[in-house]
Design a protein around this ligand. Sequence first.
Ligand code: B12
Ligand code: SF4
Length: 745
Amino acid sequence: MSRRSAPRACRRWHSARRRTPWPVPRPGSAEEATMSGTVKATLIYPPLTDPTSGYHSLNYLDSYARAQGHRPAEIIDANIEAFHHSHTPSAYEWLRRELSRLSIDDLNGPDALMARANRLGLPEPDPDRLRRSIGVLQDPTLFYDYRHYQDAVEGVISWMDALGTVGFPGQFRAGFRLHPPPMVSIGSVAALTDEAVLGRLNRPFQPYYEDVLIPRLAAGGNQVIGISATYQWQLPFALWIARLVRRACPDVFLVAGGTEISDVWKCASRPEYVFQVLADFDAIVVGEGESAYTEILDAVEDGTLPAGHPNVRLHPKYGRQRHLPLRYERLAQVPVPDFSGLPWDLYLSPERFVYYSPTRGCYWNKCTFCDYGLNTDGPTSPWRQDTVDTMIADVTELSKFAKFIYFSVDVLAPATILRFAERAVEQGLDFRWGAEIRLEKYWSDERCELLRRSGCVAISVGFESGNQRILDLIDKGTKPEQVRRTMTAMTKANIGVQMMGFTGFPTETREEALDSITFLRDNPDLWTLGGLGDFMLTPGAIVAKEPERFGITNVRPVEGSDIVRMLRYDEPVTEGAQAEVAQAKADLNPGHFHRPWLGSTDTPHTFFYHDRYGTAVRGVLAHDRVRQDTDDATEFLANGSFVDRDDEQVWDAYRRIRSDEQDGAPGDLPADRHLFRRSDGQVYALNRSSRLFLDLFTAPLTLAEAQRRLWIVEPAVAERVWRTFIAQRLIRRHRLSAPAAPVVT
Ligand code: B12
Ligand code: SF4
């Protein structure tokens, strides 16, 4: 029998059984020794992304390969590991040294100015505060007290801000969002292949790479190393890690996959750009990866090249390949993912939260703006869904492991999810879940009630617009009135509705945009979180393919971009309305935290709070931002500091950089104002008298005492100022008492 035939037989047997019972053997275990696959593989999830839970792409790949008889891979969540390594004593010492001799001499032109500007107002790194913050975020009691929660998030963000200074200062926003130099953002191949740029962006994590990741990989005897990049902001880190791996393990078969890698392939304006950017990889996997990854393992085991699978694209150094249409997986062959290999103790959450993908693509698949992930010729990939039996079996396994399961899908079909809910209730499954669904009129009061009983705590919906003409142009197939009825039914069942929409669809007038704002404003009790973003045109959307139908002309890439993810166009109507609409939208935003924190749609933390507080979550978040009767005797402290105005050029650059970043209207940081940098990095432009008021709180002070010191100011005026400061969290309560049950307003 050849070395190849035994594993094949074993794989058929596994496929026939379809579901692999948990637990599947972990690396190094006794059961693992009995598996026939021999390839040693490690799969890496790089920074910079959500630290509150693990992503599931690598678990899907690994569980599938194991069901086909392969040896378990080691899974490394480098995102969370790198974060925690940054506050070890040795890394902290390194950070202090780097900060003390910080030089930006290697930068020039706009990069240098931006670096100097971004350094303004930066906090000192405080590892003790960071550790306390991590403690709160992982604590099952303190986490649910929003006062403690906010303080903890700000502690983490402050740390990341300081850490980011050794890269391109200001490169980390809200802690875990990357704000790289513009040429990286727009997808310039020159920037994405520039050793100095990638090295600098990665510098905050270099100690982790050098002390932990690369030595582990070098010692691991790996034959295959895979890197997954879901989001654009993981790309520079994935590219750098690939460089380091290539140097440390020259013979390993290095492969990349994930929606971001597929985007590089889809959006490259010339085919040769793909492997110029991804030069260190032997292959990339485009589209879904389960069978492609397994075929790579098969090939490496056989000592051949994985040239047979249509989703595997080999580096040109291996010669020309024949390219067949991409393959979409049959879900019946995809086993339930095993999450036991993720480092659960490290995530910044008090509960386990797993992602589960039992459907792929969208059954509607028509919206003209949509261009989703692993699609090729339609808005999404082809619609597939698992059977209800399988979903119940999977969720039974997953719920033994994690309390929260998020259906990580383009969309869920209403009838299937209803039958799923019925069965979950019948079987007494105890778990919480959430998902993105379409607001079909299917969702009656009784049906929503059933969803809630099955454990659904929140859903998110792309309502897109509150205006019928725009909804019809989008081909959404919904009506605002029907959407409102469905929101009412969900809310009655105590399911939080998170609303996602946007303004600026081509030809949308000012009045039409205001319809969306009014829709949300008029129905405040029917949705918990969410809001309105801005329309962005991507190359795969129907709008880009049929521009004349949507009244747009001169469709073009952003200047300098080679990986063209976004298109510009001319269309005077929406452009003319932009500033006014942006201003109106700004009032909708209550100033909650950005991703990945509580307050943003569909984050793990948002789900935990929905589970604890139901649809009252909005009130819970608002409560701390309201001036209470007892606050006269409460000490408050400024929650941030004013940005120095020594060098006008640098200060001006700071103002311009930060203007793009605000929640409010663009350009809302006027030159004659004082800039106050809140602890989470958000910048506010205040007038001189606000500054005088705020300066009172550089040391803890009660409102009564502040009022006394400002005896010259009318109490009603001072009162208005305190209310604004508290609402915008420019001042925060100094002492955090033990967690109390928050009052729901
Ligand atoms: C569900 C979903 C979400 C959920 C949950 C996702 C999560 N856990 O972070 C929520 C709503 C939270 C979300 C949020 C966001 N999302 Co989202 N999301 C999706 C969606 C619809 C499905 C993702 C999914 O679960 N797929 C199922 C898993 C199993 O598939 P997969 O990850 O693609 O992995 C497969 C392959 O890619 C491949 N593969 C992956 N890695 C590897 C590695 C190797 C070595 C190999 C061989 C293969 C391989 O094999 C896997 C199995 O088939 C996709 C669109 C889509 N259909 O892909 C967008 C998508 C991933 N999201 C996107 C974006 C932009 C966002 C947001 C930034 C939106 C925003 N502005 O806030 C946020 C960021 C969230 C964050 N974590 O920071 C973009 C990413 C584009 C990009 N290149 O950056 C996508 C692609 C949508 C789009 N616009 O096209 N999202
Ligand atoms: S926007 Fe949503 S409903 Fe519309 S096609 Fe895309 S995934 Fe489907």
